[in-house]
Design a protein around this ligand. Structure first.
Ligand code: GTQ
Length: 345
């Protein structure tokens, strides 16, 4: 490079100016360069560490007793992808994780246990394995376990939040509730009864960006997935892939995080697929494998795998495999960024 150019760059630097032309190709690249690496957390390895956290801190002291799933290439960032956070939260019988609210949206995908609830915006829902539960932005929420201490078992779920996305926008706000528990003003099951059966109260309008159904019970989801296997062939690139919807408008259930669940029949393998959304998967039932970038990640129940955006992957089922996944696809779609490719074998 010419000395006069370098001298020029040096002269403009004190004015906090920089030439675009030396950076343009990396600032506006041809296609996404993955941030983070593909990774698998085997639940059998992680589970003892999650359970041990109860020996060290209470849910009350921790506020949320969670082990963060951090992308190995983003150590220290609390990120599983560029835009998303993931963690495994533990609540023990008799405990309460105190009420707070924040601009970050949260999803829960229930892993194991029974007897615990989450209370969101005045309604309590009992959590069962496989349920998908929404905590919309800025809604009061606390969690608790009604089981008898020493008798009932622990309860664990996967937390998915848009923490990095909110941080990027600089729109992070939180508030602690004056009381440990926010008041519950509607009966358990109210939202599901009103909004969760393909029916809506006449005259009702959704005042939220989220689905009014805040717990999608696994019993119903599972039945729908199995009915699909009798209805037709799975999609070659995705299997029997369904998205959780907001019944008010048919859109995604949440405004920033797209949530989906799929069933791959035993023996089925998908063709390669990639999307511009980095995706977090959790195996629910069955057995199989996710292959990406020459790596093979085994999928057994509750194993978690992250696949960075724009990396092609395939899924293989050795037994009927149910997989839940979430990504920032909904945000990318709204902003006009989202791209996907269905690739040949
Ligand atoms: O349950 O409210 O994993 O606020 C991280 C932050 C869970 C929660 C997390 C949170 C929560």
């Amino acid at each position: 490079m010419s000395d006069s150019r370098n001298a020029y760059y040096d002269r403009i630097a004190p004015n906090h100016l920089a030439p675009l032309w030396t950076r343009l190709k990396s600032l506006v690249p041809k296609e996404p360069t993955p941030v983070g690496v593909p990774h698998r957390w085997a639940y059998s390895e992680v589970r003892p560490h999650v359970l041990e956290s109860a020996d060290h801190i209470s849910a009350k002291e921790a506020e949320r007793r969670v082990l963060i799933l951090e992308n190995p290439a983003l150590a220290g960032s609390s990120q599983i992808t560029q835009t998303l956070y993931a963690g495994l939260q533990l609540i023990m019988p008799g405990e309460v994780a105190p009420a707070h609210r924040h601009t970050q949206s949260a999803l829960r995908f229930i892993v194991e246990g029974s007897g615990a609830y989450t209370a969101v915006d005045g309604e309590k829902t009992m959590m069962q394995p496989g349920d998908f539960v929404i905590t919309p932005s800025w809604t009061w929420h606390h969690h608790g376990h009604d089981g008898e201490p020493g008798k009932a078992g622990p309860m664990v779920w996967l937390d998915g939040l848009d923490i990095p996305l909110t941080h990027f926008f600089g729109s992070t706000f939180r508030e602690d509730h004056a009381d440990e528990e926010a008041s519950v003003i509607r009966p358990t099951g109210d939202a599901l009864a009103r909004y969760g059966s393909g029916l809506l109260p006449v005259g009702w309008r959704n005042g939220s960006l989220n689905s009014p159904v805040f717990n999608y019970p696994y019993a119903r989801t599972r039945e729908a997935l199995h009915a699909l296997t009798r209805a037709g062939a799975p999609d070659a690139h995705a299997g029997h892939l369904m998205r959780y919807i907001n019944p008010a408008d048919g859109g995604w259930a949440m405004p920033t995080m797209a949530t989906m669940i799929r069933l791959l029949p035993a023996g089925f393998a998908t063709l390669p697929y990639r999307g511009s959304d980095s995706t977090v998967f959790i195996a629910v039932e069955g057995q199989g494998e996710l292959r990406v970038a020459g790596q093979r990640f085994e999928l057994t129940p509750h194993d978690i795998v992250v696949v960075p955006g724009w990396m092609a992957y395939t899924l293989h089922a050795s037994q009927d495999l149910v997989l839940f996944s979430y990504s920032d696809r909904v945000a990318q779609e709204k902003l006009g960024f989202f791209r996907e490719q269905r690739l040949p074998a």
